[in-house]
Design a protein around this ligand. Structure first.
Ligand SMILES: *[C@@H]1O[C@H](CO)[C@@H](O)[C@H](O)[C@H]1NC(C)=O
Ligand SMILES: *[C@@H]1O[C@H](CO)[C@@H](O)[C@H](O)[C@H]1NC(C)=O
Ligand SMILES: *[C@@H]1O[C@H](CO)[C@@H](O)[C@H](O)[C@H]1NC(C)=O
Ligand SMILES: *[C@@H]1O[C@H](CO)[C@@H](O)[C@H](O)[C@H]1NC(C)=O
Ligand SMILES: *[C@@H]1O[C@H](CO)[C@@H](O)[C@H](O)[C@H]1NC(C)=O
Length: 632
């Protein structure tokens, strides 16, 4: 009976090859029946994007299980090059970077994988996943056939793709298909030699039979520059697009073969200072149903967004530089903290109409706890920071002396908009104010000749999309600078005070994360230093406190009400940036596994502009991601 039923239902399918059903493991494109074939049988994927690099490793299985229970049969996964090749030639695939463990868990959960190894991924991730060390060659043309760029790509893919190969479906793993580059047609270069080079590399490492594909936006220009013979052309679009019009466009580039929307947008990202994104559940459900009934393969971007921990957020730079917030909640079906939402339940109802959804309950949300207030104490400025030889992310200190008396308020100007991305300025330890890329290029200072001017420059994340992804944070002019530690935050052009170009900079690469990871300031071990950043409570200042988790370490959300802008660490782990003054994000997600239930949890805050009089911070049991406070 069962066999007959399967047989009959297959006959009703347009795209059937019966005699290959018992052959070896294969995944391919059936151009005559416009579908994918898995083991010779028609196959449609209903997939969701999830980024292992935005979720703590201990939660990977939970998130994958929730995706499986939602009725998905696949997950789509980016691989961020800069997260794995942290310095040129230094590779890290351990812990939260253990891609193969993630693939293993997905397979164990019953999910296929659509892998997107870049080398560029966009993803609202720092520099679109490209390593900042590429910028050590100032003239580098990333995402083109520039020989230096290609050499770096060759070296990286020679490490990554051999790890991926055993996980291909045909080799006994769960990877069905592999994307080459990412939305390349959106990039100005349109360099077919680059894409041909990538095609050859992917073929060399993954073999001739692997389904390789490209994904591009829904315009002819993007599809023209992003697609290449031998790489299956797919398209991406959200609820504001007419699906049949978009798939017609895919058809112009792939007259036959499966319809694929590689990024169907369930939500959208947030920038600091802008409204919290919201995509309507009703629209997502109805369009998903429409695409699935057309027989299309759909990947929902994102199914769970997660968090831009540390310094990993990207930025856009179209009309002006706008950095992406710490939360990558994305208004997705699973929240930033991995909780099922109404959107998820609605999507599951749609999927039920097309395939059997696994029986059994949806795993519940992880427990959350409102731990309440923690009082933060200012860290005495005699506790100082380690220095490092170089850095790519975070904060750098530029120090010089005022070249002459400036008794009256005198403009300090960044004439070429060269602050990347925000600079906090103190004179003799007294905070004066900030300059900001594209938005605040002038401020007044006063002082005496020879006064020490300290400029702490924050890298707020490299541009991840568009023509400006060569986002230099420090391009140093040797004739002006005494110490050369490149690449982190920085000044990419001169600063002018009145009519003087400031020169004779000392540049300190501050290893704040290393210092905190080694126990400071809670261990109270002062180390060698560049001096204090600020003496007053205004301007860059560290605060410390401890949270007692009282016997259980649950997920929680940290709110810094009245604080201005800065960075938070818990037990040495960098939770990311906070900026309640700009919003919309008001709380930072604190995964329970970061907390200790037995000993006090060490909290360190670097407040950049000014803490409130009441220096308490608050741990809540729910996130608050959508509040814009008036800009000051
Ligand atoms: C994937 O999962 C299946 C089913 O649990 C198992 O038989 C297979 O060995 C797994 N493959 C890998 C590579 O782990
Ligand atoms: C989408 O476009 C097609 C063809 O132009 C049109 O027939 C259809 O009504 C449109 N659908 C929606 C929902 O607007
Ligand atoms: C700087 O000071 C001058 C003189 O007091 C004043 O006219 C000007 O508005 C100030 N500029 C800024 C950016 O505060
Ligand atoms: C470096 O500064 C010197 C002195 O102002 C200037 O002549 C030169 O053009 C600068 N070089 C670059 C690469 O900006
Ligand atoms: C907090 O810091 C102290 C001093 O460095 C250290 O002994 C303790 O283990 C830290 N607590 C946690 C939970 O890491």
């Amino acid at each position: 009976m069962i066999t007959n039923f399967v047989f009959l239902s297959l006959l009703s399918y347009a795209c059937v090859v019966l005699n290959a059903a018992f052959g070896p493991r294969t995944f391919s494109i059936d151009y005559s029946h416009d579908c994918f074939l898995k083991d010779g049988m028609p196959f449609q994927y209903i997939s969701g994007s999830v980024h292992y690099f935005r979720i703590p490793r201990v939660y990977w299985k939970d998130r994958l299980l929730k995706m499986y229970m939602s009725g998905l049969n696949a997950v789509q996964v980016y691989v961020p090059w800069n997260f794995h090749e942290t310095e040129q030639g230094v590779y890290n695939f351990a812990g939260d970077r253990d891609l193969e463990h993630f693939l293993y868990l997905a397979n164990e959960t019953g999910l296929f994988v659509i892998l997107r190894p870049g080398p560029y991924i966009c993803a609202e991730w720092e520099m679109g996943g490209l390593p900042a060390w590429l910028l050590q060659k100032p003239s580098i043309m990333v995402r083109t056939a520039d020989p230096d760029y290609l050499q770096a790509v060759n070296d990286w893919l020679a490490v990554l793709l051999p790890k991926v190969k055993p996980w291909l479906y045909s080799n006994g793993g769960n990877i069905l298909s592999v994307q080459v580059e990412n939305e390349y047609g959106s990039y100005f270069a349109c360099d077919y030699n680059y894409m041909r080079h990538l095609r050859a590399l992917f073929r060399y490492f993954l073999g001739d039979d692997t389904v390789l594909f490209t994904t591009d936006g829904n315009t002819n220009r993007e599809m023209t520059c992003g697609t290449l013979q031998g790489l299956y052309a797919t398209i991406d679009f959200g609820t504001d697009t007419n699906a049949s019009v978009a798939f017609d466009r895919q058809r112009r580039f792939e007259p036959r073969g499966p319809l694929v929307n590689s990024e169907f947008y369930t939500g959208w990202l947030d920038h600091w200072g802008e409204k919290h994104a919201h995509v309507d559940t009703e629209k997502v459900s109805s369009m998903l149903g429409e695409m699935l009934s057309m027989g299309a393969n759909v990947n929902m971007y994102m199914f769970e967004g997660g968090t831009n921990f540390g310094y990993w957020n990207g930025a856009d730079c179209d009309t002006r530089y706008r950095s992406v917030v710490t939360s990558y909640d994305y208004n997705a079906p699973l929240s930033e903290a991995g909780d099922p939402t109404d959107k998820l339940l609605a999507i599951r109802e749609v999927i039920k109409k097309f395939r059997d959804v696994p029986l059994g309950p949806m795993p519940p949300a992880m427990p959350k706890f409102a731990y309440g207030f923690v009082t933060m104490k200012k860290v005495s400025p005699t506790n100082l920071l380690y220095l490092s030889c170089f850095q790519y992310y975070g904060y750098m200190l530029y120090r010089t002396k005022l070249p002459r008396m400036v008794p009256d308020p005198t403009p300090l100007i960044s004439p070429l908009n060269g602050i990347h991305d925000r600079a906090y300025i103190s004179i003799n330890g007294v905070y004066q104010g900030f300059l900001e890329r594209d938005t605040q290029l002038v401020m007044n200072v006063t002082g005496q000749e020879g006064d020490q001017m300290d400029i702490l420059v924050e890298n707020m994340g490299r541009v991840n999309f568009g023509s400006k992804i060569n986002d230099f944070k420090a391009r140093l002019n040797y004739s002006h600078l005494q110490i050369l530690y490149t690449q982190a935050s920085g000044l990419v052009s001169n600063l002018i005070l009145g009519r003087d170009v400031l020169t004779d900079w000392q540049i300190y690469s501050l290893d704040i994360d290393g210092t905190i990871a080694s126990g400071w300031p809670h261990s109270e071990v002062a180390q060698h230093h560049p001096g204090t950043i600020s003496k007053s409570s205004d301007g860059p200042t560290f605060y410390m406190g401890t949270l007692e988790a009282r016997g259980f370490a649950w997920d929680t959300f940290l709110k810094l009400k009245g604080w201005t802008k800065g960075q938070v660490w818990i037990n040495g782990v960098n939770l990311g940036r906070y900026w309640p003054q700009r919003g919309p994000q008001q709380t930072l997600y604190v995964p329970g596994p970061l907390l200790s239930s037995s000993q006090p949890n060490n909290i360190t805050v670097l407040e950049l502009e000014g803490a409130p009089v009441d220096t308490r911070i608050l741990f809540l049991d729910r996130p608050q991601l959508d509040s814009i406070t008036k800009r000051s």
